[in-house]
Design a protein around this ligand. Structure first.
Ligand SMILES: Cc1cc2nc3c(=O)[nH]c(=O)nc-3n(C[C@H](O)[C@H](O)[C@H](O)COP(=O)(O)O)c2cc1C
Length: 201
């Protein structure tokens, strides 16, 4: 694999101060391999979607988020499962970013990894299926495997800070980021062939 500087943008679907998913985004920054750079974007800056506002143009933080998604090689979405689905905070941010009203959606053909932690044994499996369905719209290319489910979160995170403490899970997250980079490179190769044409060279 080409070890150029690979850039991942991290989004957390919870605004809670000690959110475990904000903790996952911080941990991803810490465990990312050296050849990768990882940056988070705080969804607290994104207003609720309102088409009246969109009619007048996207708000500045929405423009910034859309530009970052476009510029980065891949996006990591760390989100809780809410009501067997995804939190409104994430759904609203995606509403802004999946639209192609003023310019094409930056999620089109964007490699995406999903990670979630739950108090029970499900590890956000149901919520992740909903998010995969939402991301079929652009379409974004969500990595099919490995799946990054974190069950029994109370045993793995610091309840006071939201920090991801469990070493096995941190190692799994590091491998997941590498797998996301590999997935992205696999997608780039056929696109390059498409662009150059199979007979070129
Ligand atoms: C409104 C709401 C709905 C929830 N629904 C689910 C659910 O469907 N499945 C689940 O496993 N946990 C559910 N939970 C529990 C969350 O998984 C848990 O609070 C999680 O830690 C929230 O993520 P955070 O720590 O990043 O804030 C729900 C929590 C809230 C506040």
């Amino acid at each position: 694999m080409n070890h150029r500087d690979f850039r991942i943008l991290g989004l957390a679907g919870s605004l809670r101060r000690a959110s475990f998913h904000r903790g996952v985004v911080r941990a991803a920054h810490e465990v990312a391999p050296k050849w990768m750079s990882f940056e988070g974007f705080d969804l607290a800056r994104i207003p609720y979607f309102n088409q009246d506002i969109e009619d007048q143009g996207n708000p500045e933080p929405v423009k910034e988020l859309r530009e970052k998604i476009r510029a980065f090689d891949a996006v990591l979405i760390a989100t809780p499962e809410y009501d067997y689905a995804v939190p409104g905070v994430l759904a609203s941010a995606l509403d802004w970013c999946l639209r192609s009203r003023h310019d094409p959606t930056p999620f089109r053909h964007k490699p995406v990894g999903i990670v979630g932690a739950s108090p029970g044994g499900g590890g956000t499996a149901r919520g992740q299926m909903v998010l995969r369905q939402i991301l079929l719209h652009p379409p974004a290319y969500v990595i099919p495997e490995p799946q990054m489910l974190i069950p029994f979160s109370a045993q793995k995170f610091d309840a006071e800070t939201g920090d991801l403490m469990d070493e096995d899970t941190r190692e799994r997250l590091r491998r997941f980021l590498s797998a996301l980079a590999q997935w992205t490179h696999r997608l780039e190769e056929p696109m390059k062939t498409d662009r150059d044409g199979p007979m070129s060279g």
